[in-house]
Design a protein around this ligand. Structure first.
Ligand code: AMP
Length: 119
């Protein structure tokens, strides 16, 4: 399956759809999730055409991968989430519940989130 450049995060990256920006550099854009599942819920998106975790790690240049996770760390530390804790999530495929086919990680925090999977 190839990358579909009409996905919603590609449109946000192109500036076609607005977002509440948290962080941006040459490699990464981070913005608030439109349907937050916690008081702090931010999505971190690489500025490249990668569909998911596997595509990103197989095909992105090392600098992009390094900068991506440096940005994740910076965002967490700037938000002081490392003081009380947080959760990082990436969803993949049907079983993972991936809705948007552009690689991203969710950063969630601001309260005790509870078990990973609600019973
Ligand atoms: P997933 O692909 O399952 O990791 O989740 C995609 C996430 O993108 C969901 O949490 C949505 O609430 C979020 N989302 C969808 N559209 C937008 C948007 N326009 N701006 C911000 N977040 C969005």
């Amino acid at each position: 399956m190839s990358y579909n450049s009409s996905n919603i995060f590609a449109r946000i990256l192109r500036g076609e759809i607005a977002c509440v920006k948290i962080f941006e550099n040459d490699y990464v854009l981070a913005f608030k999730d439109i349907h937050p599942k916690a008081p702090y819920h931010v999505l971190v998106v690489p500025k490249g055409e990668y569909r998911n975790f596997h595509d990103f790690h197989a095909n992105a240049p090392a600098i992009m991968i390094g900068e991506f996770y440096q940005a994740v760390r910076q965002i967490i530390e700037q938000s002081k989430l490392n003081q009380d804790g947080y959760r990082l999530i990436t969803n993949f495929g049907e079983n993972g519940g991936q809705e948007v086919d552009h690689y991203h990680v969710h950063i969630l925090g601001g309260k005790a989130i509870g078990p990973l999977i609600a019973s």
